[in-house]
Design a protein around this ligand. Structure first.
Ligand code: FAE
Length: 522
C-alpha cells in the first residue's frame, strides 16, 4: 500500500512496478491526452472506454493502491481489530455504529495514515467515502441494484430510459461482474440467518423482501462457508475493505482499462487546482504525498480532455474552487447544487441475529410503492450475538443541499440542515413501527449514540453537486468550458431510490459512449 505509478504489467500481476520517485517537494510538468481524476465507478468507466479508443489516459487518485499484504499477511484490516489501514487520516476509527449496549466499544485509536475509509464531516451531515484505487468499491456492501425505471425517469428525465435499461444497465452489471446468491445457500446457511429472520419479520407486517445481486463472488463465499476458501465476508470484512471475494473495481473495470495498454494510474496524487490554458488544454496542480501525509512534491499535469470522477464531494469541490477563484470562470451557478444523501437512514431493532453474520447484505425490504422506503437488511458482523437487526434505508426525500466554496479554508461547506432528514425519518418510522408492532420487538436506542433510534447525520450515498442537464449538458459535458466532463455520482441530483453504484456506472457508460464517439473521434 504505497504511492505508485501503476502500469499495465504491474497492476495485473498485482506487483506494482515503476514506483514514483520519491524526492523533495518540487514542481514538474507532464502531459497526457486525457486525465481522469479519481478511480471510483465513473472514473473507471471513463478510463476503460478512453483506453479502448487508443487515448493515452492518466488517472490521478489521492488514495493508495491496495494490493500488498502488510506484516500480518492481510491487505486490509478487520472490522473487529482495526488499525491504521482502516481510515483516511483519523486518530480514531469512526464506524457508523458508535456504541454497543450503550458502551463505546466499537471505535478505537489508530495512527493517522492514508487508510481506505473516509468520513467527511460537514456541519449537519457526514459522508462516508472510499479512498484508494477503486474508490467506494473498496469499502461498500457490494449491493448492485438497478433502480426502478419509473423513479429513474422521474430523477433523470433527460436520459433515454429505453437505452439505459436495454443497453447500459446490462453492460454495467456485466462488466462489474454482478452475481446473485444461490437460493439453496441463502435459505440454509447460518451466515444469513439474520437476513432470513428479518425477512420473516417484514413479511409478518406485510412487507415484501427482495434478493439483491452483489459484486461479492458468492462461489467464493460458499467456499468460505465450507472452509475451502479464505474467509473475508464471513470474517466480517466490509467497510475497511475485503481481503477476498469482492469484485472491486481494481479487479473489473480498472483491470480491463490497464489491459488496453493506454491507461496509467498514479496513486497518492491529490488534484488541488484546475486551470484552462489559452490553447484550451487543462493544467492541474497535483500534490503527491506519502502514505503518512508528507508532501513529496507538487506537480503540474496537463491534458486536452479532463474527466472528473472524484465523486460527489471531490468533483464538486474541485469545480467550485475553480469557479470561485477565477481559474475556470465560465462554470455555471449550478455547480454545487442538487446534493442529497439518497435519503439514507439507519435504524435497528431487537432481534436474535446469531453470532455468524456474512458481511455482505443480500436482502432488502421493498416498501417503496406505499412508503417510498427501500431498506437493505444489513449485517452486524460483530462475531457475538448483539441482539440487533440493522437496516440501511433509502428513502425518497425531496430536500436538497448546496455546496459553497469557503475561501478561508480553501475547502467546501455544505448547506444542509438536520431537519431536512425529517421526511426520511417519518417514512422509515412508519415502516419499522409496523414491523416492531407486529413482531413485538422494539427499536435499539444504543447504537447511534445513546437514546438515538434513527441515524439522521450520515450517508453512504452522496449524490449530486454537478447535476446532469444543469451544471453539465445531458452527457456530462461541463457547461462553460470545452473538453471538461463530469463522470461520477455528482451528476445524479440527490436521490436514486436504490443503492447507487450501478446507476453511476451505467450513466457513465452512456455518457462515455457519446463522448468517445463525438468529442474524441480521431
Ligand atoms: P467514488 O467511488 O467515491 O470515487 C471517487 C474517487 O476519487 C475516490 O477514490 C477518491 O479518493 C478520489 N478523489 C477524490 N478527490 C480527489 C482529488 N482531488 N484528487 C484525486 N483523487 C480524488 O465516486 N453503493 C451501492 O450501490 N451499493 C452498496 O452496497 C454500497 N454500500 C456502501 C457502503 C459504504 C460504507 C460506502 C462508503 C458507500 C457505499 N455505497 C454503496 C456507495 C458507493 O460506493 C458510491 O455511491 C460510489 O462509490 C460513488 O462512485 P463515484 O464514481 O461517484
Amino acid at each position: 500500500m504505497r504511492g505508485f505509478q501503476v502500469s499495465r504489467r504491474g497492476f495485473l500481476g498485482m506487483a506494482a512496478l515503476g514506483m514514483t520517485t520519491i524526492g523533495t517537494a518540487k514542481a514538474e510538468a507532464d502531459h497526457s491526452e486525457a486525465v481522469v481524476i479519481g478511480t471510483g465507478y465513473g472514473a473507471a468507466v471513463a478510463a476503460l472506454r478512453l483506453g479502448e479508443k487508443g487515448i493515452r489516459t492518466t488517472m490521478l487518485e489521492m488514495g493508495q493502491l491496495w494490493d500488498q499484504p502488510a506484516r500480518d499477511g492481510k491487505v486490509f484490516c478487520s472490522m473487529l481489530n482495526p488499525d491504521r489501514r482502516a481510515m483516511w487520516f483519523k486518530d480514531c476509527t469512526e464506524a457508523p455504529l458508535e456504541t454497543l449496549f450503550g458502551l463505546p466499544v466499537v471505535n478505537r485509536p489508530i495512527q493517522r495514515y492514508a487508510g481506505v475509509l473516509d468520513k467527511v464531516h460537514f456541519q449537519e451531515m457526514s459522508v462516508y467515502l472510499g479512498r484508494g484505487v477503486g474508490g467506494g468499491s473498496l469499502v461498500n456492501g457490494g449491493m448492485a441494484v438497478t433502480p426502478r425505471r419509473e423513479y429513474f425517469e422521474e430523477v433523470l428525465p433527460e436520459v433515454d430510459a429505453d437505452e439505459m435499461y436495454g443497453r447500459f444497465f446490462p453492460l454495467a452489471t456485466k462488466t462489474l461482474r454482478v452475481n446473485t446468491i444461490r437460493s439453496a445457500f441463502l435459505e440454509s446457511t447460518s451466515w444469513y440467518q439474520y437476513a432470513r429472520t428479518a425477512r420473516r419479520h417484514a413479511a409478518n407486517a406485510g412487507y415484501d423482501t427482495q434478493v439483491i445481486p452483489n459484486v461479492y463472488d458468492f462461489a467464493h463465499m460458499e467456499g468460505e462457508a465450507r472452509g475451502t476458501k479464505p474467509k473475508s465476508a464471513l470474517a466480517g470484512e466490509v467497510i475497511y475493505g475485503n481481503n477476498h471475494g469482492k469484485m472491486s473495481l481494481d479487479k473489473t473495470y480498472l483491470a480491463d482499462a490497464l489491459k488496453t495498454g493506454n491507461v496509467t494510474i498514479r496513486t497518492l496524487h491529490h488534484v488541488k487546482r484546475i486551470r484552462q490554458q489559452p490553447d484550451g488544454t487543462y493544467l492541474l496542480t497535483v500534490e503527491q504525498r506519502d502514505p503518512f501525509g508528507k508532501l513529496l512534491r507538487t506537480k503540474e499535469i496537463g491534458c486536452r480532455h479532463l474527466f472528473l470522477g472524484a465523486g460527489s464531494l471531490g468533483t464538486t469541490e474541485l469545480l467550485l474552487r475553480a469557479r470561485d477563484t477565477g481559474d475556470l470562470p465560465g462554470l455555471s451557478e449550478e455547480i454545487g447544487s442538487g446534493w442529497g444523501p439518497n435519503g439514507n437512514v439507519m435504524t435497528a431493532r431487537t432481534m436474535l441475529g446469531g453470532f455468524q453474520q456474512s458481511g455482505m447484505p443480500v436482502l432488502a425490504i421493498d416498501a417503496w410503492r406505499d412508503r417510498k422506503v427501500f431498506a437493505e437488511i444489513a449485517p452486524v458482523p460483530a462475531g457475538v450475538e448483539t441482539l440487533a437487526s440493522l437496516y440501511l434505508a433509502i428513502t425518497k426525500n425531496p430536500e436538497r443541499g448546496t455546496f459553497h466554496y469557503d475561501r478561508a479554508t480553501d475547502g467546501i461547506t455544505l448547506d444542509w440542515r438536520r431537519e431536512q432528514m425529517k421526511p426520511s425519518i417519518r417514512a422509515v418510522k412508519d415502516v419499522f413501527d409496523e414491523i416492531n408492532r407486529t413482531n413485538l420487538t422494539t427499536y435499539r436506542a444504543d447504537l447511534f449514540g445513546i437514546g438515538k433510534v434513527f441515524s439522521d447525520d450520515f450517508t453512504y450515498h452522496p449524490l449530486g453537486g454537478c447535476p446532469l442537464g444543469r451544471a453539465t449538458d445531458a452527457f456530462g459535458r461541463v457547461k462553460g468550458h470545452k473538453n471538461l466532463y463530469v463522470t461520477d455520482g455528482s451528476l445524479i441530483p440527490g436521490s436514486i431510490g436504490a443503492n447507487p453504484f450501478v446507476t453511476i456506472t451505467a450513466l457513465a457508460e452512456r455518457n462515455l459512449s457519446r463522448i468517445t464517439a463525438t468529442d474524441l473521434n480521431h
